[in-house]
Every structure is written in structure tokens, then in C-alpha cells.
Design a protein around this ligand. Structure first.
Ligand code: FES
Ligand code: FES
Length: 165
């Protein structure tokens, strides 16, 4: 089959692979790079659990071809924080119980991180609306909203530059 070379950075690391043009970014991350933190929960672009940041914007990685991510900077949940140095949204999800089974959590975290890069004056109602693209069967969303607002409060009060890293 026809193949194409894609070059991008993933979690700050340069990556080059030869792929079929039809390969989705979600499968590229999981199967080519072994970054299985990005989940795939549907084949209808609805669930949002595959969300990653592409050039700082949250995108559903099952709706993007790997070739479309050529020359971009992708961040997955594996690149968000690490043990002992959690990203504020990870810490807030933990403290506010923004997860139960955890299946949607990688997408929920990346979406939340993306929202807080966009702006830092989110109201609860706006966060609820922004979570429209994420399906969580467990939490009822309320604790996810609380977690986003908590992370926002930390970011604006104490760590204004963390979300930019
Ligand atoms: Fe469901 Fe991407 S896997 S929206
Ligand atoms: Fe189970 Fe969201 S925590 S689907």
C-alpha cells in the first residue's frame, strides 16, 4: 500500500514514521508509538476519550489522520505530568474525584488542560458546555467540572505559567 512519512513531536520528542495515509492519529499514537494512554471508545467521533492536544488545541485523535498531524506538536496524557509532578488538572481530578472507572479520564484530562490553556476565567456552566464532546458514563460530570474549576483556581492564584509548559 501507499505510504507517507510523517514527522512531528509527541510529548516533546521528535518522531518520524512511515505510515499508510488512512492511519488515524489515535492508532498512530497507540500502535506505532505504544502510547496507549489515549483511549478509543467509539467509531462515531462522539466519546472524546481519544482527546489529545495538537499545537495546544484539544482534538479528538480519532478524527485526525496521522498525516494531518505532520509537523505538529502533539501532547498525550503520558506527556501531561508525571508521578511527583502532576499537572494541575491531574491533581485536581484526584482531589475532586473527577474519575471513577477511568476510561474517559485521559480524554477528560487533555480536554481540561486544553480549556485552561485557552483561558482562565471559565464559569461552571461554560465548563459543562465544553464537556459536551466527552462521554463519561460514571461521574455525572459534576466532579469533572469541580476539578476543572479547582485547577483553574490553582493556576490563576499560584502557578500562572504551569499550563503553558
Ligand atoms: Fe470516540 Fe474518538 S474514540 S471520539
Ligand atoms: Fe468512567 Fe468517565 S470515569 S467513563
Amino acid at each position: 500500500p501507499e505510504t507517507v512519512v510523517v514527522r512531528l513531536t509527541v510529548n516533546g520528542r521528535p518522531v518520524e514514521r512511515t505510515v499508510e495515509p488512512r492511519l488515524l492519529l489515535a492508532h498512530f499514537l497507540r500502535d506505532e508509538l505504544g502510547l496507549t494512554g489515549t483511549h478509543v471508545g467509539c467509531d462515531t467521533s462522539q466519546c472524546g476519550v481519544c482527546t489529545v492536544l495538537m499545537d495546544g488545541m484539544p482534538v479528538k485523535s480519532c478524527t485526525v489522520l496521522a498525516v494531518q498531524a505532520d509537523q505538529s506538536a502533539v501532547v498525550t496524557v503520558e506527556g501531561l505530568g508525571e508521578p511527583g509532578a502532576l499537572h494541575p488538572v491531574q491533581k485536581a481530578f484526584w482531589e475532586k474525584h473527577g474519575l471513577q472507572c477511568g476510561f474517559c479520564t485521559p480524554g477528560a484530562l487533555m480536554l481540561s488542560a486544553g480549556l485552561l490553556q485557552e483561558k482562565r476565567d471559565w464559569q461552571a456552566s461554560e465548563v459543562r458546555e465544553a464537556l459536551d464532546g466527552l462521554i463519561c458514563r460514571c461521574t455525572g460530570y459534576e466532579n469533572i467540572v469541580r476539578a476543572v474549576l479547582e485547577a483553574q483556581a490553582w493556576l490563576t492564584a499560584e502557578m500562572p505559567s504551569v499550563a503553558e509548559t
